[in-house]
Design a binder for this molecule. Structure first.
Ligand SMILES: [Zn+2]
Length: 1121
């Protein structure tokens, strides 16, 4: 091949990047003639390729009167390009090659990325040393563009930045998607409180913007002003998207020269407008008007937080010294002498976080956030003073070199042994880092390193933490009890006023206090003994890594699974322990006592374990249906020390009344708050509950909590520890002897009685017989939440049935893109749409989950319709496409393990399932590769299709919102708006419906047809006629087809309109009349589950999990490592 002539215009900016010890990638930074800068990454082992592009423009650049513009442009950019006009061409291509895409909009950045199979053939090396999946799988000839899915993806990706179309007929849908995304966030305190802080900042700095946008800000309001919105988006794109502001990262298996040629070829046409960086140096986010103020905010969740915000220097350019990290290390410390240790001992706080927050070029905050107890809320002024006493102490002395050395040393250790992260996370993160213009390109990977002790910069930063340079926020549901204002975008209630003079004076005194005037408990931390000192790894050449751990101890007390790491060579290990006992979950009361017990142990260990945690060694304790888990992970050198301390604390726990009160109150709150979480987070708990033989839900646990005292827990936990079986997995840089010693340590410290295997708990699933059609309904607690949620589950069979399992996986692969495209993109049901496999208690199935403002009954119908459509597409699917899906699914299964923890989690999952199916991947690949299209059709028609109600087994969970946006709008708006609301609801339903059928939506024509229809009166005949006329006259739909569409459409309106007080069910469209859709309401109405205990009692249960082979086969026969 001859080099293209203009190759010499590509500048090479860097090739030698500072990198982790284990990193075998190659890097090159280049700049194209159009000034687009790109980082190329050659990774010889990767199974996924990826591209990411970061544009230096975000919500800070939104027009003042169209908040959300940058975000809307991010959504619209994907909708067709001149070269690839089909709106979902990009995602179809990615999906066909085991890939996916995503994007996000930040304040000064918009970041787009995708991930895709690194080669067309399955794998060049199979991760499990399994049988190769295709004969050609070892070929390395990837130079031809046609051989690499990456080239095709980059080609499609580049077009978004060259010639996007902003297709007019996708505009409305994508703005609805933005709207739905915003509605998902409306009840989330993170979004609410963040926006409150923004809304109450300097109105001349763009930090005060609302960044997500809504249908109102991006559609209704601008239209009212006569703005042509699509033109505005195109204008925004033209004004801000320029090659010189774009940073591209491409990661692939191809060599750097090849990648460079592709990037040059595909991205050189991106127009360069030589735009300057957007900066807002003249205005700070907080001015005198905002400083010295206090905010009282009412949260949705029951939580109590004290936040302090200090304007702080932008340290982005200080990459070598990171002065803010010195301050956050000390102020955020949790060990003896720290602010947290002091206020926790007083019973005022549960947690504290601190650190600099970058806002944009030239602007930052230093924030301190403290989670308060009930007493802490009463004493929030004392808590604030404690912070300033500590700052005064820091001001009294020079920055300490030994403290810097500790943080610097840990940053080096962490960087040196950093493991690879997944391809798209790597590219997306690096493309954003590249926007730091002062960062030497050689340091792109190593921005976390703290190299220089910059005393002056630390002092300069500290000088900003002043009593006259901050604002405070108190978040509480009950204090002060009255909030006289409402935030504009989220409706958060708040109160805003100057900090009272007397309080201000006390803060000043604390900030200027002399050593003798401060609480003696506050002092600098001690030397950290947990910083790892032994970091050697004995690396050996390994032909094929072991795919399963070995059983190195197997007796009636302890099972120890062990694998010395032979893939990743890091000085780290992961230790998983289960203390197996059925006691932990016999009743909700006992479950809650167990939870309180482990929370109290963790509470007692906070000060001790903090040093370990910041040294990369962490532990956790959890409880579940069959026991208590202890997890320790991180640098292995001091792991045994930490484990011993945890075990001793478990054994010797002193249940103090004061700590019990605090821990119990915290647990009570988290149980109450659970009901206010996202509906799609809640729904799975109910489906699992309805599919398992045993298990409890939040409300049952909550009922028991109140009646449990400290004395109860004191009496209970020794019983818990008296008898159990121990299951251990030791994986990592640990020798066998040390692994065995860890198991002995548990026995020696806790001294349990043997729990015979005959007494171990068994997990079983309920067996839903063929023809099952159950529905469980629940009303969501949050009165202000507008989103319903459905989880539509088809239960198929044992997860240990390999062919069945393969079919479910392949189905999930085949429906993933079409379900999203149909239910979310086309019908705009809601922002959260998910389809895929489900496994509970070793029982497998397929599910579709949608969170939406539409009613669950409506969603149920739409999912049925989608599945019926898919059945047709499956029948029509070409062999080539079918084989493509198989290959994509096999690739997903064969995806390489990226780091030690992924492998540990895989092992632990197989151990916890009690099937010990460590070679599941190989078996799945084998089962997948034999599947044929008729196999899948037969499977679909038996287990999945709505037209087979007598053979499939279905459970649907409906979580029903108490509110709706129309109801909220109705309470806020004068009565005469109701009719307008009903009409807009009708219009939006019809739009979704027509989009779903692929019929163009001409909003004006549609509105004309409905002009004289009595919507409020539910005049079904007139609606039918209007819709028919629109279809036949305005859209040229053929008469019979139009008739069918009208029938279907009216059915949907009948279900969806009652939520705004319109009843069209009296119309002449009877269920079953609409031909093919009839299956949904044809055979057998769903059976409502009312009494769950009775329901469960009426069902048969599955067998427990069976080990795939006798466990003695895992025992180690001879010394291996
Ligand atoms: Zn979005």
């Amino acid at each position: 091949m001859s080099e293209p002539l203009n190759n010499r215009h590509v500048e090479r900016l860097a090739e030698q990047l500072e990198r982790p010890e284990l990193d075998n990638r190659q890097y090159r930074v280049i700049r194209l003639p159009n000034k687009l800068e790109a980082l190329l990454i050659h990774d010889p082992d990767t199974d996924k390729a990826s591209g990411a592009l970061d544009v230096n423009v975000g919500s800070f650049s939104d027009e003042e009167d169209m908040p959300g513009m940058a975000h809307a442009v991010e959504h619209l950019l994907f909708m067709g390009t001149k070269k690839y006009p089909k709106e979902n061409a990009y995602n179809q291509y990615l999906n066909a090659h085991s890939g996916y895409s995503n994007a996000y909009t930040g304040s000064t950045s918009t970041n787009y990325y995708f991930e895709i199979a690194a080669s067309l053939t399955s794998q060049t090396s199979t991760p499990n040393g399994s049988a190769a999946t295709s004969a050609s799988s070892t070929r390395e000839d990837l130079t031809a563009k046609t051989e690499s899915p990456l080239y095709g993806a980059l080609d499609r990706f580049a077009q978004f930045f060259i010639e996007p179309l902003f297709l007019a007929d996708t505009l409305d849908r994508e703005l609805k998607a933005v709207d739905s995304e915003n509605k998902k966030n409306l009840q989330s305190d993170n979004w609410r409180l963040h926006q409150l802080n923004k809304s109450l900042s300097n109105p001349r700095h763009p930090f005060c913007h609302f960044s997500t946008g809504s249908y109102k800000t991006l559609h209704d309001d601008p239209l009212k002003r006569g703005v042509r919105i699509r033109d505005e988006f195109i204008r925004f794109h033209e004004a801000h998207y320029s090659a010189n502001l774009m940073k591209l990262v491409v990661l692939g298996r191809e060599n750097l020269d090849e990648l460079e040629r592709w990037v040059q070829e595909l991205f050189s046409p991106v127009p360069n407008k030589d735009l300057p960086q957007n900066r807002w140096d003249d205005e700070p986010p907080f001015t005198e008007n905002e400083l010295g103020m206090q905010i009282f905010a009412k949260p949705v969740f029951d939580q109590r937080v004290l936040d302090l915000y200090f304007p702080y220097p932008d340290e982005e350019a200080l990459v070598a010294s990171h002065p803010g990290r010195y301050l956050s290390h000390l102020i955020g410390h949790e060990g003896p002498g720290s602010i947290l240790a002091y206020i926790k001992a007083k019973g005022w706080a549960n947690g504290l976080g601190a650190g600099p927050l970058h806002i944009g070029p030239g602007a930052a905050f230093f924030s301190i956030s403290i989670r308060l107890t009930e007493d802490g809320l009463k004493e929030y002024k004392e808590v604030t003073k404690a912070v300033f006493y500590y700052i005064a102490m820091l001001n009294d002395q020079e920055p300490q070199k030994w403290i810097f050395d500790e943080t610097s040393e840990m940053s080096e250790v962490d960087f040196r042994f950093k493991q690879k992260s997944p391809a798209s996370r790597t590219t997306s993160a690096l493309s954003s880092v590249m926007q730091q213009r002062d960062l030497p390109r050689e340091w792109l990977l190593s921005t976390s390193l703290i190299k220089e002790f910059n005393k002056d910069a630390i002092k300069k930063g500290l000088a900003h933490l002043r009593h006259d340079n901050f604002r405070l926020t108190v978040v509480s549901q009950n204090y002060p009890g009255e909030w006289d204002k409402r935030e504009k975008w989220y409706g958060t209630e708040y109160k805003y006023e100057p900090i009272p003079g007397a309080f201000r004076e006390e803060i000043r005194k604390a900030a200027q206090s002399a050593p003798g005037e401060r609480p003696p408990e506050l002092h600098l931390p001690h030397k950290n003994e947990f910083i790892p000192t032994r970091l050697e790894v004995e690396k050996k050449e390994v032909e094929t890594p072991m795919t399963s751990p070995r059983l190195i101890r197997h007796d009636e007390n302890v099972r120890t699974w062990y694998k010395k790491d032979d893939r990743f060579w890091v000085p780290k290990a992961n230790l998983h322990i289960t203390l197996r006992t059925p006691i932990v979950s016999v009743t909700p009361r006992v479950h809650v006592m167990t939870t309180l017990y482990r929370e109290l142990v963790q509470d007692a260990l906070v000060e001790y374990s903090y040093d370990a945690e910041i040294s990369g060694l962490a532990y956790s304790i959890t409880n579940h249906g069959v026991g208590i888990d202890i997890l320790v992970n991180g640098y292995n050198c001091k792991m045994a020390v930490l484990l011993e301390k945890v075990l001793v604390s478990m054994r010797d726990l002193e249940v103090r009344d004061d700590r019990f009160r605090i821990v119990k109150e915290r647990l009570a709150r988290s149980m109450r708050n659970w009901d206010y979480g996202q509906p799609y987070h809640q729904v799975g708990v109910y489906t699992r509950w309805l599919q398992g033989e045993r298990g409890w839900i939040n409300e049952q646990n909550m009922d028991e909590l109140a009646g449990i005292s400290a004395a109860d827990v004191r009496a209970f936990f020794p019983l818990l520890l008296a008898q159990f079986h121990v299951e251990v997995l030791v994986h990592g840089n640990v020798y066998k002897e040390d692994a065995l010693a860890l198991g002995r340590e548990i026995e020696a410290i806790l001294r349990p009685r043997t729990l015979p295997a005959s007494q171990w708990p068994t997990r079983r699933a309920l067996l839903y017989p063929e023809g099952s059609n159950f529905v469980y309904k629940r009303s969501l607690k949050d009165p202000a939440n507008v989103n319903n949620c459905i989880e539509y589950c088809l239960l198929v069979g044992s997860n240990q049935d390999r062919p069945l399992r393969a079919k479910i996986m392949l189905l999930a692969q085949m429906t993933e893109e079409p379900a999203f495209d149909q239910l979310r993109t086309k019908e705009q049901l809601g922002y959260v749409v998910f389809s895929g496999t489900s496994v509970h208690n070793q029982y497998a199935g397929y599910r579709v989950l949608v969170q939406s403002e539409s009613s669950c009954d409506y969603l149920e119908q739409r999912i049925d319709a989608f599945l019926l459509d898919f059945e047709k597409s499956l029948a029509e699917m070409s062999e080539k496409e079918f084989e493509g899906h198989k290959r994509a699914m096999i690739n997903k299964r064969l995806e390489k393990l990226k780091n030690l923890s992924q492998e540990t989690n895989r092992f632990w999952g197989h151990i916890m399932s009690e099937a010990f199916d460590f070679e599941a991947v190989d078996h799945d690949v084998a089962a997948l590769s034999t599947l044929t299209k008729p196999d899948m059709q037969a499977f679909f028609s038996h287990y999945i299709s709505p037209s087979s109600p007598s053979t499939r087994a279905k459970l649907s969970v409906h979580l029903v919102a108490q509110s709706s946006s129309s109801a909220i709008a109705a309470t806020n708006a004068p009565a005469h708006d109701t009719a307008a609301l009903q009409e807009s609801r009708l219009a939006s339903l019809l739009t979704k419906f027509l989009n779903g059928l692929g019929v163009a939506v001409d909003a004006d024509a549609l509105a004309r047809r409905f002009e004289d229809v009595d919507v409020a009166g539910g005049d079904a005949e007139a609606m039918k006629e209007a819709l028919r006329l629109y279809l036949t006259l305005d859209q040229d739909v053929e008469a019979q087809r139009a008739h069918d569409m009208v029938a279907q459409g009216m059915g949907l309106l009948g279900v969806a309109m009652p939520s705004v007080g319109v009843d069209v069910s009296g119309g002449p469209v009877a269920a079953g009349q609409n031909g093919e859709g009839a299956g949904a309401n044809g055979v057998g109405e769903p059976v409502l589950i009312e009494d769950v205990a009775k329901f469960k009692a009426s069902m048969c249960v599955s067998s427990g999990a069976r080990p795939v082979k006798d466990l003695t086969e895992f025992e180690e026969s001879g010394p291996k490592l």
